[in-house]
Structure formats: C-alpha cells, structure tokens
Design a protein around this ligand. Structure first.
Ligand code: PEP
Ligand code: MN
Length: 337
C-alpha cells in the first residue's frame, strides 16, 4: 500500500500513521516529495484497512500497489530517481557512459583504457577484478590487485569506477574501492548477494539475468531497495534466445517498459547484448533513442589481445567515434551528452 499524506501534514500525523502501519507488522519507506510525503508500506503484515488509514489525520489517500515490486514501482515513486555518483547524475537529462575493459588485466592496459574513456567524454570507468567466467580455466580476474589498479585509474583520471562483486563476503572489500557495485547477470537472483549490497553504502548496477523476465529483474531490485539501499540502476544486457548470430538478444523494448514500470535509471549494455564489436555502435544509438539513461561499453586498448570478451570490445578510436555519433541521437531525444 502507498499512503500519500496531505500537503502540510505534521510530523506528528506522519508518526501516527507510521505507528499504526508498523503495529500491523509492516515496514515503511518514507519518501519526501516536493508537495507530498509518501509512505510505502512493505512486508507481510496483518490486513490493513484502507478506509481506516484514510480516516487518519493528515492522510490524503491510501491505495494498494498492484505490482509485486513495490519500492521499485512508479506507483510508489512517480518521479524518476536520479542516482548521483561522484557528482554525476544517473537518470536525469544527462546521458551517462560507462566504459572500459571487460577485465582489469594489468596496470598499463587499464590506464590506457581509462585515459581513452576520459578523453572521449565517458563518465565512468568499468572493469572487472572478479570475473564470473563460464570456464574455470579462463582468466578469473586479478582480484584485490585489480581493485587497486581501478582505484589508481580513478585517481589519475577522476573517473568513478564500476566493478562487479560476486560474493556477499566480498562486498565490503569491493565497496572500499568501487563507486558503483555491479551485480552480474549470473548473480541477479543471488539473494544473499542482493541482501549484502542492499546494506552497502554504494549504488548498485543490477544487470538483468540472461534468462530473466523484466518482472524478475524488478523483483531483484526490490531485494536491494527493501534492504535500505535506494540507489539502484537497472541494466538491460540481452537475454538468451534461439538466435546464434549474436551472443544475446538485446531486448530494446525493456528500456521504455522498465521506465514505465519503475522510477529507477536504466542503462544498456550493447557489448554483452550483442557480443559483436560492429554491432555495438548502432545498438548504442538505438538504446539512447529508446530512452536509456546510459550505456556500459567494453573498450580495450588492444582488443585482439584481451583476456576476456575481446570480440565485443572497441578500440579507443572506435569508442571515440561512437561517442561522437551518439551526440545527435541524444540531442534528438532531449538528452545531453
Ligand atoms: C561484464 O560486465 O563483464 C559481465 C560479466 O556482464 P554480464 O554479467 O552481463 O554477463
Ligand atoms: Mn565482459
């Protein structure tokens, strides 16, 4: 249920309503809007009479949230959420581009990539230190050393860092180096991990599982939000279909659909979404045209030598061209880049 307080309702009236709801065994999330304070009622308590709540002093209206995801829904939070990271707003008019290699391989590789991202106008540096690889024999990432290299690149370029965390126990370590915690597609329904990042003091980039529905993605976001972290960014990165020419099938309709169902920012990953370097640029343009708030793109100084995802990684010059080509599309849909 969502309870909208009257304009000018007092703190005491708000406390009385919260008290009544909590008495029934629910938890609340309070959102202070410009005009109204809204109480989101979550959890599984005893029946709550809408009429009774509406009779309480200071209450304008109470209505059930029909979606299974509550805090993630537009009904709970009608306006777009803007997640500000290191002064960069994600989810507002400004389009954000996160770019960098699939994996941090060494200092020289990462710094070259970071400088190229910065020079082309990217806003965040991506790079995996802990890599979820299909094969146990593939490069698994540099681990903590990779995090230190990312932090050094941030120091030099000023770019904030987004990197994946794969286990709940590793959240404090990764959060101590990263600006945004990435939950990879393979872990979208790892509930212990969602719980742990919900308790972390860092924004979360939540990638759609490769066989997950949009509702499952939003329910995964709900886990993070309900554990008190309201800085969640959704990421469409393609889903598995029968089509073998692309690594995944990027679900472009997920972008406007997620924006309709939820207030959370939506970022698109055209690199994993296609798996093919030559498709990254046109699909990036499509994502921006469809209303994405940002992109996450793999860039490597020498893609042919990459230890992971070289086939979908762009060289720096190609990335710079992509950025230039995005500007008119961003402008056409009223975004800044
Ligand atoms: C990645 O971003 O490098 C990655 C592993 O992505 P995903 O979880 O979407 O496969
Ligand atoms: Mn990758």
């Amino acid at each position: 249920m969502i309870i909208v307080m009257k304009r000018g309702a007092s703190a005491r009236e708000l406390a009385a309503v919260v008290g009544r709801v909590e008495e029934q065994g629910y938890r609340v999330r309070i959102s202070h809007g410009e005009e109204h304070t809204t109480i989101g009622v979550i959890g599984d308590g005893r029946p709550l009479e809408r009429e009774e709540i509406e009779r309480m002093a200071g209450v304008e209206r109470a209505s059930p949230i029909l979606q299974p995801f509550k805090l993630a829904s537009r009904e709970f939070h009608p306006r777009d959420t803007i997640v500000v990271v290191n002064g960069v707003p994600i989810g507002g008019r400004q389009l954000v581009v996160m770019a960098g290699p699939c994996a941090v391989e060494n200092r020289e590789q990462l710094l070259k990539a970071a400088r190229a991202v910065k020079q082309a106008g990217g806003h965040f540096l991506r790079g995996g230190a802990f890599k979820p690889r299909t094969s146990p024999y593939s490069f698994q990432g540099l681990g903590e050393e990779g995090l230190q290299i990312l932090a050094a690149a941030r120091e030099e370029t000023g770019l904030a860092v987004v990197t994946e965390v794969m286990e709940p126990q590793m959240v404090p370590l990764v959060a101590s180096h990263a600006d945004i915690l990435q939950i990879g597609a393979r872990n979208m329904q790892n509930y212990a991990l969602l719980h742990a990042v919900g308790e972390a003091q860092r924004p979360v980039l939540l990638k759609r599982g490769m066989k997950s529905t949009i509702e499952e993605l939003l329910m995964a976001a709900e886990y993070i939000l309900s554990h008190n972290n309201d800085r969640v960014i959704l990421c469409e990165r393609g889903i598995r279909t029968f089509e073998p020419y692309t690594r995944n099938t990027l679900d472009i309709s997920a972008v406007p659909l997620l924006k309709q169902l939820s207030h959370l920012p939506v970022v698109v990953d055209p690199s994993h979404g296609t798996g093919r370097r030559e498709l990254v640029e046109p699909v990036s343009r499509a994502a921006v045209a469809a209303g994405a708030d940002g992109l996450i793109i793999e860039v490597h100084p020498y893609p042919e030598e990459a230890l992971s995802d070289g086939e979908q990684s762009l060289e720096p010059a190609h990335f710079a061209e992509l950025m230039e080509g995005l500007r008119p599309v961003a402008e056409a849909v009223g975004r800044l880049l």
